[in-house]
Design a protein around this ligand. Structure first.
Ligand code: GLU
Length: 264
């Protein structure tokens, strides 16, 4: 139920490249600013926030004047090495304006699969949150190849949410939510307000993805399944909508809520 969303204390918010960067790869400062302001406000209400951010590769492209996202892993890793610092620099400056401190957590698949490493990472998250620091998470792209990476930040965010025992995961994308059919090029369709994770979500998600992000809709459904397995609620909403986080936490019907009938 949406009322359980309002009560969430420990919240992971994931924001995708399509929300954070312009199509040419440059950081979308207006969106970042709005996001940081809302996160700071929510923290002031006594909630604990973790931000999972994409955009390292995109920001690296913008910095080096590349307009085409390369497909070769080594190039993306090198671009992430350039862009991750730019991303953090920007977040650090924006959060500092609201008197908030941030901490960078770069993770890879082994940090979830190896119990010892998982425990170490979870302990650091707990410490940061206890200090009131906002952890900013991304995959450690520069040293992660196909064999050892999570691969997309929707899954990464869901795994972080499970690792730290979050109450809620919010995925911000460039779509308004989950639709029963691909909404692109069609008018008059609205996203589903609520879906149960025992529905055939994969069929609904088929092809209805975003043009610029890594994951598309399938990874969002996968994230919903990880959350359902861990008893975590999830909302998928449009990161470009003004005040979207505030609206979600106020219990408004924004985006798609996952988990209702499954009893979460
Ligand atoms: N970690 C990648 C980046 O920061 C993005 C992965 C994703 O968008 O899912 O560019």
């Amino acid at each position: 139920m949406r009322t359980t969303v309002m009560e969430s204390k420990r919240i992971v918010v994931k924001v995708g490249t399509s929300t954070l960067t312009h199509p040419n790869g440059h950081l979308h400062l207006g969106r970042m600013e709005a996001l940081v302001r809302q996160l700071s406000d929510l923290q002031a209400e006594g909630r604990q926030l973790v931000l999972v951010t994409s955009g390292a590769v995109g920001a690296g492209m913008g910095r080096l004047g590349m307009t085409q996202r390369p497909s070769e892993t080594r190039l993306k890793q090198a671009l992430a090495a350039v862009g991750q610092g730019l991303l953090m620099h920007r977040y650090e400056a924006l959060f500092a304006e609201y008197g908030r401190a941030v901490g960078q957590m770069l993770l890879t698949r082994q940090d979830f699969e190896d119990a010892h490493r998982r425990e170490i990472a979870a302990g650091v998250f707990d410490q940061l949150l206890a200090w009131g620091v906002i952890p900013i998470v991304n995959e450690n792209d520069s040293v992660s190849n196909e064999q050892i990476r999570v691969g997309d930040n929707d899954t990464l965010a869901a795994r972080v949410a499970a690792m730290i025992g979050a109450d809620l995961l919010i995925l911000l994308s460039d779509v308004d939510g989950l639709y029963t059919e691909d909404p692109r090029g069609k008018t008059g369709l609205s996203p589903l307000a609520e879906v149960a994770t025992d529905d055939d979500l994969e069929a609904m998600a088929g092809g209805a993805g975003t043009a610029t992000g890594t994951g598309g809709m399938i990874t969002k459904v996968q994230a919903a399944r990880i959350c359902a397995g861990a008893g975590i609620r999830m909302v998928l909403a449009n990161g470009g909508a003004p005040g979207v986080l505030r609206s979600i936490l106020a219990g408004e019907t924004v985006g798609t809520f996952f988990g209702e009938v499954a009893g979460i």
